[in-house]
Write a protein that binds this ligand. Structure first.
Ligand SMILES: Cc1cc2nc3c(=O)[nH]c(=O)nc-3n(C[C@H](O)[C@H](O)[C@H](O)COP(=O)(O)O)c2cc1C
Length: 469
């Protein structure tokens, strides 16, 4: 059994337990915001004012912490995914098969008859210390939910993290955006003229929360992937009022449904962009039953302008999915989604350029892959540029581009729903900047100069050590 209590144990000295009373109305989020900006510890508010149960927050606030609590460290996951993809892309021999099995033996789920999540029943959302994060938020929001639905046609499961505004004790907003899987399940239910069953778990092992946020392809079950990360199959229990299985070891589960015909104004909410996303019509989640552990822990996160947990989560996703991206777009050597680009809006990729126009081709490929489609700016550099070094990237733009030749603008492509700057909701232009070195075949008429390089240490070997440089 793996749960968020293991996380508290594993965090150990990287968790600050706060005994003082803090209000769920702005105080907890304000303190968390200060701590996460300083890359401080995870926080356990043991006495939220007016509530019996604690609030756990900022668990993913640093890469070090993420490596500690995810189950496996990020480098191992990246290498293993790379190995798994390699092994599955060729006809495996016996030894390869054994290697593959050993890597994937915990990938999967296990049905159990009961779990701690069903220990007790709550009367309503007001028993849970849900936070109001920013002064002008429309109210309290559940910010770290794992929203579980099933494709009404195929029965394939999905888990996604979509914020939920508390409307009253038994209804919330369901902010799944147009391009997300939960929304797609709702559309299918609408066509069939029925409501969509939804189970929302809160307070799960970080591997489950992380899987729910990760842009996994639709056929890959998030709970099974979480099992792979945890090193133990995810234990699932059948819902009491919904036809869904959900993690048996969660702290809280909200069982209910979304009526695809119903919407309500949701927002404003202080968002990843650093702005309040404006009020908009979104579906409503009706809660039929709330179950929880006797002494449940409420898990939350503070969404807002960087630096926060989102940044660490985003960089982790970018790191571990690099092998899969490389498989889909073989041109790519490395990728970076800088936090200033709100993780969605700016993608920097490097390529090993071999033919004319490959920079633009790689840019278009990025724009056509999964949630990378939300990028507004794709900057393509050569592999000698470190994509994570913003100075290097700016230098490449300055010295390897002519805007009249190397910038392509694509009008009217899909945009992130949170992008208030796009010319229409959910629709924006895209800019590809090809900052690779240009060749004669690409219209360069002058000789391309050589890059200055010198091995100072080699030249000055034995002469400068005493100076300490
Ligand atoms: C803290 C946090 C809050 C998020 N809130 C939302 C949200 O309100 N709506 C949304 O569509 N995506 C939201 N996301 C992003 C989704 O969780 C992410 O795109 C996920 O891959 C969606 O899963 P899906 O592809 O299975 O729909 C949020 C991510 C994080 C880290």
């Amino acid at each position: 059994m793996r749960d968020i209590r293991d996380t508290i144990h594993e965090l150990n000295d990287d968790l600050l337990r706060i005994k003082d009373k803090f209000s769920t109305d702005l105080e907890i989020s304000a303190f968390t915001n200060l701590v996460q900006k300083k890359r401080g510890p995870a926080l356990l508010f043991e006495n939220p004012e007016g509530y019996k149960n604690p609030v756990l927050i900022n668990i993913f606030g640093t890469e070090k912490r993420m490596n500690r609590i995810l189950g496996k460290d990020l480098e191992t996951i990246k290498n293993e995914i790379s190995e798994i993809l390699e092994l599955t892309s060729k006809k495996p021999g016996l030894l390869d098969g054994i290697r593959l099995y050993s890597k994937l033996k915990s990938f999967g789920t296990e049905a159990v008859n009961s779990g701690p999540v069903n220990e007790t029943k709550l009367n309503g959302l007001s028993e849970i210390p849900i936070l109001k994060t920013w002064p002008k938020d429309a109210g309290k929001y559940i910010t770290a939910p794992v929203v579980i639905t099933k494709d009404p046609e195929t029965g394939i499961y999905n888990a996604g993290t979509y914020r939920m505004q508390v409307f009253d004790d038994e209804t919330t907003g369901m902010h799944w955006q147009r391009q997300k899987t939960g929304y797609n399940h709702m559309l299918k239910a609408k066509k069939m003229g029925k409501n969509l069953d939804v189970a929302v778990v809160i307070g799960v092992h970080p591997a489950i929360f992380f899987s729910s946020i990760s842009p996994l392809p639709e056929g890959i079950n998030e709970m099974a992937f979480a099992g792979y990360l945890m090193g133990e199959k995810t234990r699932l229990v059948k819902g009491q009022t919904v036809d869904l299985y959900y993690p048996a070891d969660a702290e809280i589960v909200l069982e209910g449904y979304v009526d695809p015909m119903e919407t309500k104004i949701e927002g404003p909410f202080g968002d990843h962009t650093g702005y309040y996303s404006p009020p908009e019509e979104y579906p409503v989640f009706h809660i039929k039953r709330i179950s929880a552990r006797e002494d449940f822990i409420y898990h939350a996160t503070v969404v807002g302008k960087f630096w926060n947990e989102d940044v660490v989560i985003g960089h982790a996703i970018e790191k571990i999915f690099l092998p899969a991206i490389k498989l889909l777009i073989p041109d790519i050597v490395d990728i970076f989604l800088p936090e200033e680009g709100v993780l969605n809006d700016i993608a920097i990729v490097s390529i090993d350029k071999k033919y004319p126009g490959q920079g633009i081709k790689a840019g278009m490929a990025v724009l056509s892959q999964g949630q990378l489609m939300f990028s507004k700016y794709v900057i393509v550099v050569d592999k000698d540029i470190n994509v994570k070094d913003k100075s290097e990237v700016l230098w490449a733009i300055a010295t390897r581009t002519d805007p009249s030749r190397d910038v392509v603008i694509i009008p009217r492509a899909p945009a992130d729903s949170l992008d208030h700057a796009s010319f229409l909701p959910n629709l924006s232009g895209k800019m590809i900047i090809d900052a690779t070195v240009k060749t004669r075949e690409e219209g360069v008429v002058r000789e391309w100069p050589e890059k200055i390089e010198m091995n100072e240490y080699e030249i000055l070997k034995g002469k400068i050590e005493k100076y300490g440089f």
